[in-house]
Design a protein around this ligand. Structure first.
Ligand SMILES: Nc1ncnc2c1ncn2[C@@H]1O[C@H](COP(=O)(O)OP(=O)(O)OP(=O)(O)O)[C@@H](O)[C@H]1O
Ligand SMILES: [Mg+2]
Ligand SMILES: [Zn+2]
Length: 417
């Protein structure tokens, strides 16, 4: 991709009303724009990031045998009457009556729809266990949309649901999900703290929250600096080592629940067991705030100049930065490398703008591509180009002829993140 053609409206000033670092950076870097409070458009770079995050989640879900589905956003309110959650979802649910007089809503979550689906299709223990997931847009009329993607009214969630015939099956699926979550968050460049949480509105017995410590979080955790013990519930001292706990703000990026039979009972998802008797399916549900995770990734991966994308999430693998595009040699080399690197399977962004190098460097720092190749007239004379890492700012000069080979090697060996 050529920068001159890319729809990436970067901003020099900090946009008004953007309170958190992640929100400011996404706007400034030209990844995101607000339509109205709590509702956002992803521009090309933002969408690339979103797709990368989704693919990491998808691969880890598939790896534990979860199967992807896509459930409807449009849902009948009657379903929520039957589950008993219509009243408790009163405030967040976006409702309307359609032209045929059907009372509908935009799905704030999908326990009801998926339980209904399984109730209709699963009748025997032989069809269990079953784990389904989707990555999809949710709608919630949040009273206070904040911090951009952290709390929005239209957002993307990964929601998975497990269905088992036995309690041990649920235990097993819960454990698999828990472990998959650790892998996902580590690939996303996040180090969550995990607290055992209250199941609240979801009902059920056990749940864990995955949280990223950050000033722009709306959750509070109690943290022991001595042994890393973390709790969602307030208490004076750490139960492990008796040190005083400190209060920290955190962003909830994932939440897993053992639901048990709450939804299968209310929506009649029953199966016949080995002995021929009917029993409610035992369920778990497992959410990740996909769009919220992007904000958390930036909160955890930035410096004063901009975003520092972890390798797997970056919108491009590599930024080619000729300092003077009007210089014939620089231009030729830049386009030559661009084609070779594209051929080698890299996602390359070439800054082909006729701009001052200061502007180019600032923009490069802002948008946070992990690896950058700088082509300058001076080093060209020595037949060298410069490889720069965004994260640690390390620079090395390499021979032009060996450049492509070296970049391929580097990407294989240590990654650029
Ligand atoms: N308004 C929102 N905007 C963006 N992401 C959200 C929003 N609400 C929830 N999420 C994400 O979806 C995940 C699963 O949804 P869940 O229903 O468990 O959230 P929740 O308990 O309502 O979250 P919160 O307490 O932050 O409102 C959450 O862990 C969070 O990461
Ligand atoms: Mg909520
Ligand atoms: Zn402790």
């Amino acid at each position: 991709m050529l920068w001159s053609k890319l729809f990436i409206p970067t901003l020099k000033e900090i946009p008004q009303g953007a309170e958190s670092i992640a929100h400011q950076l996404m706007l400034r870097a030209g990844f995101l724009r607000m339509l109205v409070a709590g509702v956002y458009s992803y521009l090309p770079c933002g969408l690339r990031v979103l797709n990368n995050v989704q693919n990491i989640i998808r691969r880890e879900m598939n790896a534990i045998g979860a199967q992807e589905v896509l459930l409807p956003c449009l849902q009948p309110q009657e379903l929520w009457d039957r589950s008993g959650r219509n009243a408790e979802m009163e405030e967040v649910m976006i409702r309307f009556v359609d032209r045929r007089g059907r009372k509908m809503c935009l799905g704030p979550t999908h326990e009801e729809v998926i339980t209904e689906l399984v109730a209709d299709q699963v009748t025997s223990y032989k069809q269990l266990p079953l784990v389904l997931y989707q990555i999809q847009t949710k709608f919630r009329d949040e009273i206070r949309p904040r911090f951009g993607l952290v709390r929005s009214c239209e957002f993307i969630m990964k929601d998975a649901y497990s269905f088992d015939s036995k309690e041990e099956g649920l235990d097993n699926n819960y454990k698999l999900m828990y472990e998959a979550y650790l892998k996902i968050f580590s690939r996303l460049g996040l180090s969550p703290v995990i607290t055992e949480a209250d199941s609240g509105v979801m009902g059920g017995s056990l749940s864990h929250e995955f949280l990223i410590l950050s000033e722009s979080g709306e959750d509070t955790v109690y943290f022991c600096g001595e042994c890393n013990y973390t709790s969602g519930k307030k208490s004076e001292n750490c139960p492990g080592c008796a040190s005083p706990l400190s209060e920290k703000k955190a962003i909830e990026i994932g939440h897993i629940f053992k639901l048990g039979t709450k939804y299968s009972n209310s929506l009649s998802a029953f199966f016949t067991d080995e002995k021929g008797s009917r029993a409610p399916v035992i369920m778990g549900c497992y959410g990740i705030g996909v769009s919220r995770a992007i904000a958390a990734i930036i909160e955890a991966n930035h410096d004063a100049k901009g975003i520092i994308w972890p390798k797997e999430i970056a919108p491009f693998d590599l930024l080619l930065l000729p300092l003077n595009i009007t210089d014939i040699d620089s231009r030729q080399l830049a386009f030559g490398l661009y084609h070779q690197l594209n051929q080698a399977g890299f996602n390359v962004l070439l800054d082909d703008r006729d701009e001052r190098s200061g502007v180019k460097f600032n923009d490069a720092d802002l948008i946070g591509i992990p690896l950058r190749v700088v082509i300058g007239a001076k080093s060209l004379k020595e037949k060298k180009i410069e490889l720069q890492h965004r994260r640690d700012k390390s620079i090395c000069a390499i021979d032009i002829d060996a450049a492509v080979e070296k970049i391929i090697q580097l990407n294989k060996k240590e990654g650029a993140g």
